[in-house]
Design a protein around this ligand. Structure first.
Ligand code: PLP
Length: 393
């Protein structure tokens, strides 16, 4: 009845779903408060009050609920452009280079639809957000993976050099990264831009850098995320407010394109056309107004940092090893059992729910999502202690 491809994809993409179902099963046996669920990256924080107030205020505004330009409200696009411009050296980005979208997911699909011809390649770095594979496939592209350095999870440029071909149309980068929490270093991104330039000359091609940045505001110790439009001439930012404003259910984000891209207006027209014809039409009207009003606010980042510190300190004390992440709300420790899938199954014996690194194209690790109640995190430590003891860590 359904497409063979979708049937296959559904069977291969169910790790988080499987964990969710396992959690439901365990909760019935042991009680919900005794299950330590680190499987889902669903933002725990509520949206800031100015965002809630904006939603209420604009809901009764005349005309706000009508069809609009497929790129979104002009005033909202201007607000986004001003915000992005703050970190761009030449400040040339205008509303004309911004399209409001249905989250980062909608933005990624719109970009890929606009640029890909069938069979063209899109490079991603492992571990990667598992949906990339499906989005690339949606638009008849081929995903090419590059294994990042395991010591720090920074992009592996030696492998990048080898894997760029004449068919490479785009490279997706994701920093701060899901699932590692790592922030890509500016010097490595600059080096990456040189590698890409060299390859573009070799193949007489144009390669887009799609920078997927839904966690750009969730960074710790005030570290600064480099603006990729200062680094990559063919850079396209994809961002969303799902995490930074706790608005995942409202489906709101944007695409911002480097004004320096050759024939940028053709690209913009294609993006606006694809935002429409993929069936999004436009980004949700009320949510657009709310994120423009909330542009200077964010969820409580200190709260996430406190959880990261608590978990990192406790897990390393117990013998787990991991890179200490500079952002997001994920940890990506090494699996203490070689087979990460076996380990994740083993952890359920202690009522701990995790996601295997294999689900992100990176076996031998596991992901913990700590956008959860702090009380649950605190309660879970004794379960981790028991497990670490049984594993002789
Ligand atoms: N990209 C990454 C790396 C993500 O982790 C997510 C969501 O978890 C998305 C994109 C999709 O975000 P959105 O809710 O804005 O569509």
């Amino acid at each position: 009845m359904i497409s063979n491809e979708i049937n296959k994809n559904m069977q291969n993409s169910s790790w988080i779903r499987k964990m969710f179902e396992e959690g439901e099963r365990l909760a019935k046996i042991h009680g919900k408060e005794n299950i330590y669920d680190y499987s889902i990256g669903n933002p725990f924080a509520e949206p800031p009050i100015e965002v809630i107030n904006s939603l209420i205020k604009h809901s009764s505004e005349k005309g706000v609920h009508r069809y609009m330009s497929n790129a979104g409200f002009l005033d909202v696009r201007k607000t986004m452009a001003n915000e992005i411009n703050k970190n761009i050296i030449d400040k040339k980005l205008s509303y004309e280079h911004v399209v409001m979208t249905c989250g980062a997911a909608g933005a990624l699909n719109t970009v890929l639809r606009a640029i890909l011809n069938p069979g063209e390649e899109v490079i991603v770095f492992t571990p990667y957000f598992v949906e990339y594979g499906f989005y690339i496939q949606n638009h008849n592209g081929i995903m090419v993976t590059i294994n990042n350095e395991k010591t720090n999870f920074q992009p592996n440029l030696d492998e990048l050099k080898k894997k760029i071909t004449k068919k490479t149309k785009a490279i997706i980068i994701n920093s701060p990264n899901n699932p590692t929490g790592v922030v890509y270093k500016e010097n490595i991104l600059k080096e990456m831009s040189l590698v890409i330039k060299e390859k573009e000359e070799e193949f007489n091609s144009k390669i887009f850098i799609i920078s997927d940045e839904p966690y750009s505001k969730i960074v710790y110790n005030n570290i600064k995320i480099p603006n990729i439009l200062n680094i990559f001439e063919n850079g396209i930012i994809v961002n969303s407010f799902s995490k930074s404003l706790g608005l995942a259910g409202e489906r709101i984000g944007y695409i911002a394109v480097n004004p320096k891209i050759e024939n940028v207006s053709i690209l913009m027209n294609a993006l606006i056309f694809c935002n429409r014809t993929l069936g999004f039409g436009n980004a949700p009207a009320l949510a657009q107004k709310a994120v423009a009003d909330g542009i200077n606010s964010s969820v409580n980042i200190a709260d996430y940092q406190e959880k990261r510190d608590f978990l990192y300190d406790n897990l390393t004390r117990l013998g787990f090893t991991m890179v200490n992440p500079e952002g997001t709300f994920y940890l990506f420790p090494k699996s203490p059992i070689k087979n990460d899938i076996e380990f994740v199954k083993f952890a359920t014996k202690y009522n701990i729910l995790l996601v295997p690194g294999s689900g992100f194209g990176c076996p031998g690790y596991f992901r913990m999502s700590y956008c959860v109640d702090f009380n649950m995190i605190k309660r879970s430590i004794s379960a981790f202690e028991k497990m670490a003891k049984d594993l002789n860590l």
